[in-house]
Ligand binder design. Structure first.
Ligand code: AMP
Length: 144
């Protein structure tokens, strides 16, 4: 899917928001929902999405929603830092399939990084749900 198109309410993240699909929840407020990526590129890979949005990508989003979204990204990234003590954190966001986007509900990746550790492939192996739940709880405990 390129940058053109319409929002599909059947996408995976919309289903997670409606409670139709499970997720390892890290944080939620009136505007954003954060949960563990099930195909993590590193330990603690977390996603943050707007809750009330039909934007497929950043270009389509209301700037006011982006403000809330990135406020949530900062809050969760700080909690990831406290919980997992990474050496760095990659924040990424893809727009359109040619750019690497696979789920077409706007989302931001928080990917903890450690010195000397290469990232797993984007959309690589699936994580153990039990381990993701533990990580989600560890990060959630550091939300301030
Ligand atoms: P992107 O490729 O930027 O669209 O990112 C989509 C992300 O969603 C990828 O990193 C996937 O690993 C992740 N993902 C796909 N399905 C699920 C799911 N059911 N729960 C959590 N993360 C998912």
């Amino acid at each position: 899917m390129s940058l053109d198109g319409t929002y599909d309410a059947g996408n995976i993240f919309a289903k997670i928001l409606r409670g139709e699909m499970p997720s390892a929840r890290v944080y939620e407020d009136d505007h954003v929902y954060a949960f563990m990526d099930v195909f993590p590129q590193s330990r603690g890979h977390t996603l943050v999405i707007p809750k009330h949005s039909t934007a497929r990508n950043l270009l389509e989003e209301d700037p006011a929603v982006l403000g809330h979204l990135f406020g949530g990204v900062q809050r969760v990234a700080r909690a990831v830092r406290s919980a997992l003590k990474p050496d760095g954190i990659t924040i990424s966001q893809f727009n359109g399939a040619p750019a690497g986007q696979t789920v077409f509900h706007l989302h931001v990746h928080i990917i903890p990084r450690w010195e000397g550790q290469t990232l797993a492939r984007h959309g690589g192996g699936m994580a153990d749900p039990a381990e993701l739940k533990i990580l989600a709880e560890q990060i959630a405990a550091q939300i301030s």
